[in-house]
Design a protein. Structure first.
Length: 462
């Protein structure tokens, strides 16, 4: 797991090999608005990318998404922010703040938050908000976020891609200003999805109770969730009435409980101090989660021997777990055991062959082991499954350079800088790529798009 902030206002969208769009398709929306947005301050928030956590959250969310008729079309992603909040920006992604994930202590509470955000999607609230943005500035802000969606829906086993959620204050207020009518409707739909899927709807009431009374506080002291999801006594009463009249029998959720605690445990181990993790490791619900958390803590303490011993202990308990192999690969890679890291990542990819995060980690370990051609193949597969990822693009550029493909290396570097919002640097490398790549090829066109984007974003040239 890794945390990397990138350029402000990036939005995420998953791409497949058959649906990859060239930068040319984004430029019209993205960089025609860049000049407006460039002058607007924004707060970047990084995205936590980890295959284990994302799989766990997908597992927890699955019954809610199925009940809402969304299937696997919505991804649950974690923003590296310790405040309590959750939100949606489009119809395909739900963002949970790290602070919210760590605050919620049962899978039902997390499912309640997810169900509420799912309801905003199914009730069409996102579409209405976009159509009602109202001002050029906020429209430009959202337009940039949407245009960068293609570039941000990636990640890898190391640094991962960041999600810059820093909408301008104006755009943030307009876009995330949920009306009370929308919130009440999302409450109603959300608890129905919970009931329909057999999840105890009392989790929704418990989440509301967490924030009871906060509206009486000064806004600077309120959790962001209260500001973006305004509560009311009527909403609380309606929620409680629904739960009181609920006649169904909640289904046991042993798998959801396991994956919920695993996601929380891994997130806390990476985000908190090693001492904190080791002191609380015995609170883990299972022995493998405890061993995993201890492995991360010892890695942070640079105790490679204990870190390897603990992840091996977790693998003894779950010998076919791809994500424990992925973590083992990370531990070995960071402690410079490159050949062993390749073996661990290779096993992770065997068990989870379509996971871009595992593939990117595998490619990185192959690079470290001096196997450039093999690394290039793995990294290109990762890129085809998760279109843009700053860390993967850096490794991909290195792999191209080491195999003598200097034009492609410059292009990968240009795209990485563009993803990070460093358009001047991106333009330098894009010009170099343009001069090396076959004129008219798709790679050459992508380089030209970046050059045009950089020019449009520069006030001095406009």
């Amino acid at each position: 797991m890794f945390f990397v902030p990138i350029a402000p206002m990036v939005f995420q969208r998953e791409m497949t090999a058959s649906s990859i769009l060239s930068l040319r398709l984004m430029v019209g929306v993205f960089l025609s608005l860049a000049l407006i947005v460039a002058a607007i301050p924004a707060r970047a928030v990084s995205l936590i990318r980890d295959p284990d956590i994302e799989y766990a959250l997908a597992h927890v969310a699955e019954p809610i998404l199925l009940a809402a008729g969304l299937g696997s079309n919505v991804r649950i992603l974690v923003a590296n922010d310790k405040s309590l909040n959750a939100f949606v920006l489009d119809n395909n992604h739900i963002f949970i703040h790290l602070g919210m994930l760590q605050k919620l202590d049962t899978p039902e509470k997390l499912q309640a938050v997810i169900a509420h955000e799912v309801a905003h999607i199914t009730n069409g609230h996102i579409t209405r908000r976009i159509s009602n943005m109202g001002t050029a500035q906020s429209a430009a802000s959202l337009g940039l976020a949407l245009a960068l969606a293609v570039a941000a829906a990636t990640g890898n086993g190391e640094l991962g891609a960041g999600l810059a959620l820093g909408l301008t204050s104006a755009a943030n207020r307009r876009f995330l200003a949920h009306t009370r009518a929308e919130e009440a409707a999302a409450d109603q739909s959300g608890v129905r999805y919970m009931a329909r899927s057999g999840v105890d709807p009392r989790g929704a009431v418990e989440v509301h109770d967490m924030f009871r009374g906060q509206e009486l506080l000064n806004t600077s002291r309120q959790d962001p969730y209260v500001r973006s999801h305004p509560l009311s006594r009527d909403r609380m009463r309606a929620m409680q009435n629904f739960v009181d009249t609920y006649s169904g029998t909640p289904k046991p959720q042993p798998d959801a409980s396991y994956w919920f605690h695993r996601a929380r445990g891994k997130a806390s181990a990476f985000s908190r101090s090693a001492k904190w993790t080791l002191q609380r490791a015995d609170e883990s619900p299972t022995q493998d989660i405890r061993a995993m958390r201890e492995a991360i803590a010892y890695l942070k303490l640079s105790d490679s021997g204990r870190a390897r011993a603990k992840i091996n202990q977790a693998l003894e308990l779950r010998p076919n777990d791809p994500f424990y192999y992925e973590l083992k690969g990370q531990i070995l890679l960071e402690t410079r055991h490159f050949k062993d890291a390749v073996t661990a990542y290779e096993r992770a990819v065997e068990l989870e062959p379509d996971n871009a995060l595992c593939l990117a980690g595998y490619g990185r370990s192959l690079l470290a082991a001096g196997r450039s051609k093999d690394a290039l193949a793995a990294l290109e597969k990762a890129r085809s499954r998760d279109f843009r990822d700053a860390r993967m693009l850096r490794d991909l550029g290195q792999a191209y350079a080491e195999t003598g493909q200097n034009g492609q290396a410059s292009l990968a570097t240009a795209e990485r800088y563009a993803l990070q919002g460093r358009l001047k640097d991106a333009e330098i490398h894009a010009k170099r790529a343009s001069g090396l790549l076959p004129r008219g090829s798709s790679a050459w066109r992508r380089a030209e798009d970046i050059i045009m984007a950089a020019k449009r974003a520069d006030p001095k040239r406009n």
